[in-house]
Write a protein that binds this ligand. Structure first.
Ligand SMILES: [Zn+2]
Ligand SMILES: [Zn+2]
Length: 557
């Protein structure tokens, strides 16, 4: 029986390029998960899109003298290019700028309003008399009342880390023009999150399969009590409030971006030709919904989105939210403003996708922060991908090609050692299956690489290149067994390393797409013709470590 899996992936904000922190945190894990489930024959819908509303984009647009839509379109295009080059296999990657998204958002807004989960209230908000606009907290700057450093933001002081509110700042001024703000009353719509507190707490306590960090964080939040939050703002860029008299207000990005998961599913259904198809991923209780995000996004996906879904009714709540911790770069906290980051497209302009996918998988920040360093990148590529896995495949393919008339040899009777490594390959495939099913990506790829190591030892002990002189059948046996094991490896490593798995699939003489062959043992049939062998991976030179490390922290972010 095939399963239905909905995969929601964090919506990247369309005012900057993607960096490795985001890839390790939120984009690579769902791709591994989607590829695994598709190979298993399950029905998968994986969606996301660019988040293109909100103040930072309007400010960037003003600085450049262009329209906000132009900024959003520029980064959307770069996101699409990034997914294609890194092999992130979305079923749909759309944007929050579509008419469909506005329609779905306004429907949810009006339904929650009708059910009294949204209400109006007057708030006093900072307003810049020079710019003639209300200022979000982080657009007010001043001197920190705790550490007296200048340039502290209205929401937090970056120097001492203390959370602030704008009224506490000494000498507050507008970040854009420098004018001191005034406070003005304005009416806004609020989401009555407090109404969902008890229901959510009961629900969250049942989610014992969640990662401990996600579960603990969410429970603490609920035990402190959810506070109602404003969901509209006085800006012009965004989705209009669908209520008469509020034409100058827009729906807050945090409220509408999460709705993208639902609107994208509807858009996907429309473009598939069956408009109702989204329902099986949202209303079938057997469908499991997974949300892949970084840890800074947890409350939006374990509290606010579930509250909105509960209030609206008849839509599936998240089954799991496997949020990742952070990736540091060369031992330091990643910072885009100081350009202490590795940019994805810049990486892909010089290196292949699979070595990066490998490193970020085997070192995934699943339960604690992990570090990316160029030294480790080179070491893992050269020692693990090239010397362990790639070399195993290349040795056996080359020797077979030359000595067995470029065909998979016919095995005779297998001995204990042959059977042992084949059993171990079968067990590893089952273990990787279980681990991937539970979103334990790091452990899964580590298991696969242990099998590659064991297969190398097996091949060294069997030494077909020595044995062939006196016992051709014994050599044929060990070559056949090793070819079978690398075929297992290409299947279990496919979700992580799709490009090299496809290549190995073809080098083993198979036709078509590796994913279409599914998640099952697939020893190559004896007699199958092999194409001329080629290495799976290339060795990287140590000199790149210094060159790449030097680039960090320099130039614009
Ligand atoms: Zn101003
Ligand atoms: Zn401070």
């Amino acid at each position: 029986m095939s399963e239905k899996i909905f995969i929601g992936v964090a919506w990247p904000y369309a005012n900057g390029e993607l960096h490795l922190g985001q890839i390790a945190g939120a984009y690579l894990p769902p791709d591994i998960f989607a590829r695994y489930h598709r190979a298993k024959g399950n029905e998968v819908l994986m969606v996301s899109g660019s988040d293109q509303h909100g103040t930072p984009i309007t400010i960037k647009a003003e600085q450049e003298g262009v329209k906000p839509a132009e900024i959003a379109a520029r980064y959307h295009k770069l996101f699409l290019e990034s997914w294609q080059k890194l092999g992130i296999s979305f079923d749909l990657f759309t944007t929050t700028g579509t008419a469909n998204h506005a329609e779905v958002t306004q429907d949810i807004f009006l339904t929650l309003l009708k059910k009294d989960y949204i209400y109006r209230d007057i708030v006093s908000q900072s307003f810049c008399p020079q710019c003639q606009r209300f200022l979000a907290d982080r657009y007010i700057e001043g001197t920190c009342p705790y550490c007296y450093s200048t340039g502290a933001r209205g929401d937090q002081c970056e120097a001492c880390g203390k959370p602030l509110n704008p009224a506490e700042l000494i000498d507050p001024h507008c970040r854009i023009c420098g004018t001191p703000p005034v406070f003005k009353d304005t009416e806004h719509f609020f989401l009555k999150l407090s109404a969902f507190n008890d229901k959510l707490l009961k629900w969250v306590k049942q989610q014992t399969h969640w990662r401990p960090n996600v579960l603990n964080f969410t429970t603490r939040y609920l035990e402190d009590g959810l506070k109602d939050r404003a969901i509209t703002r006085d800006i012009k860029w965004g989705i209009p409030v669908p209520v008469k008299g509020y034409e100058n207000k827009r729906i807050y990005v945090w409220f509408e971006a999460v709705i993208g998961y639902l609107s994208a599913a509807k858009e996907w259904a429309k473009s598939s030709g069956d408009e109702e198809k989204w329902r099986s991923f949202w209303q079938d209780e057997k469908t499991k919904s997974y949300y892949f995000i970084g840890k800074d996004n947890i409350p939006f996906h374990t509290l606010i989105w579930p509250a909105m879904l509960t209030g609206y009714g008849d839509l599936n709540l998240p089954y799991d939210v496997p949020a990742n911790e952070f990736l540091t770069i060369e031992g330091r906290k990643l910072s885009t403003s100081h350009n202490w980051a590795v940019w994805l497209l810049d990486y892909l302009s010089r290196y292949d996708p699979d070595p990066l996918r490998y490193l970020l998988s085997i070192n995934m920040p699943e339960t604690a922060d992990t570090d990316f360093s160029w030294r480790e990148f080179v070491r893992r590529n050269n020692d693990e991908l090239v010397a362990t896995y790639g070399n195993l495949a290349h040795r056996v393919l080359t020797f077979t090609y030359r000595n067995f008339n470029n065909r998979v040899p016919e095995p005779g009777e297998l001995d204990q050692q042959d059977k042992k490594i084949l059993d171990s390959a079968r067990d590893t495939l089952a273990a990787v299956d279980r681990l991937l099913y539970g979103c334990h990506f790091r452990e899964a790829i580590r298991n696969a690489m242990s099998l590659a190591q064991a297969a190398n030892r097996y091949l060294d002990e069997k030494s077909p290149w020595k044995v062939i002189k006196e016992d051709r059948q014994a050599a044929a046996n060990s070559l056949y067994v090793t070819l079978a094991v690398i075929s297992y490896l290409k299947t279990m490593l496919y979700p992580f390393l799709p490009f090299s798995s496809q290549k190995l699939h073809q080098l083993l003489g198979f036709k078509g797409n590796v994913a279409d062959h599914g998640w099952q043992p697939q020893p190559p049939p004896p007699g199958q013709k092999l194409p001329p062998p080629e290495p799976l991976f290339s060795k990287l030179d140590d000199s790149l470590i210094e060159a790449e490390t030097k680039r960090l922290g320099h130039g614009p972010g």
